[in-house]
Ligand binder design. Structure first.
Ligand code: NAP
Length: 309
């Protein structure tokens, strides 16, 4: 197996998520923030050493990939591009994957991506079939490495073995992971990823903004996020207070920086979304320092308390 091809992903401590770059439905793109804001998030991330951008064909129905394609033309630094294929139930033919990948490459205006992921394990077409197509993408030079997303342990092992039969390593599994969702620790997925050298990419690492501490019961996040997290907001103050205190002990790190650093300490790669330069700059401040083991344990205890209540 071509083992070294996935090594670069293990060297990436953190990326930036581009779901909000073009998405009106959940994130209100075009309302509370603009293309210029998003460009600021991209440029500031790069300036601060964040080189991996995670997008998907479905983000803003292609707009996210298109914006990234534009931004790439305005810079001369190398960027690591990760995007995703959505196996919609009506995509019943294997060739839809390479066609979608080529459409993503056209929007990004590049010849290949660094990581091509299956977005969800929708079971209409078998995992083996999609893995065969991912292997073809690697062999045709359209994707440097390939991964999955939202796969549970059994699905991930199936994908790992199927790819191995094509001599292609499974590079990553992108799943939800943050202080308010620690399923991957409890169900063994994180440990299994480490064992098999699969990079666990942690999505929504700020719990869609909640862990920054800016949302409260009186000032909840708008729209779908408010509905999703309404019940957890009243339980957060103790955890947020501890995060602030720990941040202060590290020379004034913010809650967002503490939340992201906690994921890095756990051996996963957070990909926080940023809508503007300010958020990107703040998130980049999660790098270059480490929480102590005692602080990680204290954060775990406080988050367990929230999840138990
Ligand atoms: N594979 C999947 O199924 C899947 C699912 C979800 C996400 N993802 C990936 O993971 C990435 C990140 O997840 P996410 O965007 O859902 O959630 P997130 O990273 O937890 O939160 C991002 C949001 O939090 C707020 N925020 C970010 N940094 C901030 C800061 N420093 N200070 C204050 N507010 C800040 C912004 O929204 P407001 O300013 O509006 O609060 C931002 O859009 C996505 O962009 C996407 O690439 C993948």
């Amino acid at each position: 197996m071509t083992e070294n091809t996935t090594k670069f992903l293990h060297a990436v401590e953190m990326g930036v998520g581009a779901w909000a770059w073009g998405d009106r439905i959940i994130w209100n793109y075009g309302g509370s923030y603009s293309d210029d804001d998003v460009r600021g998030a991209f440029e500031t991330s790069l300036k601060n050493g964040i080189r991996l951008v995670d997008t998907a064909e479905v983000y803003g129905r292609g707009r996210s990939e298109q914006l990234i394609g534009q931004f790439l033309k305005e810079i001369d630094q190398p960027v690591l591009l990760a995007t995703k294929f959505m196996p919609y139930p009506w995509r019943i033919f294997r060739r839809s994957l390479l066609r979608s990948l080529r459409n993503s490459l056209a929007r990004l205006d590049v010849e290949s991506v660094d990581l091509y992921q299956i977005h969800w394990p929708i079971p209409i077409v078998s995992i083996e079939t999609w893995m065969g197509e991912l292997a073809t993408a690697v062999k045709e030079g359209l994707a440097r490495t390939v991964g999955v997303s939202n796969y549970d342990q059994a699905q991930m092992l199936q994908a790992f073995s199927a790819l191995a039969r094509h001599d292609v390593p499974l590079a990553s599994n992108q799943v939800e992971y943050h202080l308010l969702d620690k399923k991957v620790e409890r169900n063994g997925l994180l440990a299994r990823c480490k064992e098999l050298d699969i990079r666990l990419i942690a999505y929504s690492p700020l719990a869609m903004g909640l862990l920054t501490g800016k949302y409260t019961v009186d000032s909840p996040p708008p729209g779908m996020r408010g509905r999703r997290y309404g019940r957890i907001l009243p339980k957060l103050p103790t955890l947020l207070k501890l995060m602030t205190q720990i941040g202060q002990d590290h020379g004034g790190k913010t809650n967002a920086q503490v939340a992201l650093n906690w994921i890095i300490c756990k051996g996963a790669m957070p990909i926080p979304g940023a809508k503007n330069a300010h958020q990107a700059e703040q998130n980049a401040g999660a790098l270059g320092w480490r929480l102590s083991d005692d602080e990680v344990a204290a954060l775990d205890e406080a988050s367990d308390q929230v999840l138990r209540e």
